[in-house]
Ligand binder design. Structure first.
Ligand code: ADP
Ligand code: MG
Length: 387
């Protein structure tokens, strides 16, 4: 039996992959209706730091992973005392804190956005004007654009700071807002022996801070840039002595002074787990990011995934259920399933709320143009804006 901390959609897809290899799966998540709990052999329904629950996971599982950004690293530390955890608590603690994360990137020598950590209101006075316009982010617990405020000028900073302190005092980081040409990500897997493999480079479009579209095909970026991204991702993983699946997100900068100064690629952040931008791999690659996560945990061989189809992934947010007025209505799945190469994944969440990730669909095709053509048709059927 393999175990996961967190019972969201990532845990659900991981559970499917683990079960395909004959493993039983266990999920620790306090939500009775958690998507992964619903498809696993064992759902320990308790808080992540509940001592009894952690003891039960340790007793029943051969290895542990995590699927949710904000599962306390302490839970992994505890479990790591008695069984293999991929990833272990230390890299997770780094990924959970934007200040530690940025410091790690700097230490690895990979380019990052100019930034300053703000520990208290007193620090606002020392902010360099060159960081504006910027984005103020809480160092912890942010995801999908939550815990972030755009700040146009120095004069706007105190209000942004106050807004992020409203739920209690929190350390923030101010990042210079960079002119983005595109965003991309690399999902890699690193084994206990340091061997690394990776998914092909993913090109990502975000809307309102949430991933909307991922496109994956060969030579999406010039070879030099792709190589640079892979190298930076490798450096970041090796520097953390990482074991497991890791996603590294990048900004590709527009031409201009920032790009002249920083170079074309800037590391944005890491996720110590499979990533939304890697979901395409279930349908477009011969080994998926979830297969890799299972193989890492179980100490099974890692092989380099091969992209067998060009693909476009669309996130299906809860907004789609509310397209036609005030009552939630199921989107027209039959119409999208009638399109060639559509792979629909729904996560079994019963409540569709705006911005909530309810599912995704991946279109695979022989060519990038073919995949994009069908994905645009699917988007149009579902009421997702074209890109
Ligand atoms: P999250 O943890 O919510 O994914 P991110 O730091 O990745 O937080 O920010 C979400 C999105 O906001 C990014 O994917 C990007 O589109 C935009 N963004 C964040 N930081 C910057 C920045 N420094 N410059 C320009 N855009 C940014
Ligand atoms: Mg992000």
């Amino acid at each position: 039996m393999l175990g996961v901390l967190g019972g969201g959609q990532l845990g659900r897809m991981w559970s499917h992959a683990a079960q395909a290899l004959g493993f039983r799966t266990a999920v620790l998540d306090p939500d009775v209706h958690s998507p992964a709990g619903l498809v696993s052999h064992l759902h320990v329904c308790a808080d992540y730091l509940d001592p009894g629950a952690l003891a039960q996971m340790a007793a029943q599982c051969q290895a542990i992973t995590t699927e949710f950004e904000n599962v306390p690293a302490q839970a992994l530390r505890q479990l790591g005392l008695s069984l293999p955890c991929a990833p272990s608590d230390q890299p997770v603690a780094v990924a959970q804190d934007r200040a530690l994360e940025k410091a790690h990137f700097v230490q690895c020598g990979v380019p990052v956005a100019p930034h300053q950590v703000l520990n208290s209101a007193a620090d606002l006075a020392s902010v360099a004007p060159t960081l504006l316009p910027g984005i103020l982010k809480t160092t912890r617990l942010g995801y999908d654009g939550k815990g972030q405020v755009r700040v146009a000028t120095l004069a706007d900073l105190p209000a942004a700071w106050a807004q992020l302190q409203s739920a209690g005092p929190t350390v923030c980081i101010l990042e210079k807002r960079l002119p983005l040409q595109a965003e991309c990500s690399v999902v890699l897997a690193r084994g206990w022996d340091g061997q690394m493999v990776h998914l092909p480079l993913q090109v990502n479009l975000h809307r309102d801070g949430i991933l909307a579209v991922t496109e994956v095909f060969e030579h999406a970026l010039p070879a030099g840039l792709e190589q640079q991204a892979l190298q930076a991702a490798d450096d970041v993983a090796r520097g953390l002595n990482y074991v497991g699946v890791l996603c590294v997100e990048f900004f590709l900068l527009q031409d201009g002074p920032e790009r002249d100064h920083l170079g074309p690629l800037v590391v944005n952040e890491i996720a110590p787990r499979p990533h939304n931008s890697g979901h395409h791999s279930i349908d477009s690659c011969d080994v998926s990011q979830f297969d890799l996560q299972v193989r890492c945990m179980a100490g099974l061989p890692l092989v380099q995934p091969r992209l067998h189809s060009a693909s476009v992934m669309l996130n299906l947010l809860g907004d789609l259920w509310w397209a036609s007025g005030t009552a939630a209505a199921e989107p027209p799945w039959a119409s999208v399933l009638a399109l060639p190469g559509v792979h629909l994944h729904l996560y079994g969440k019963t409540q569709a709320r705006p911005g909530r990730k309810m599912g995704h669909l991946t279109v695979t095709a022989a060519t990038p143009e073919g995949a994009r053509h069908v994905a645009l048709q699917a988007a149009s059927v579902l009421g997702i804006a074209a890109w």
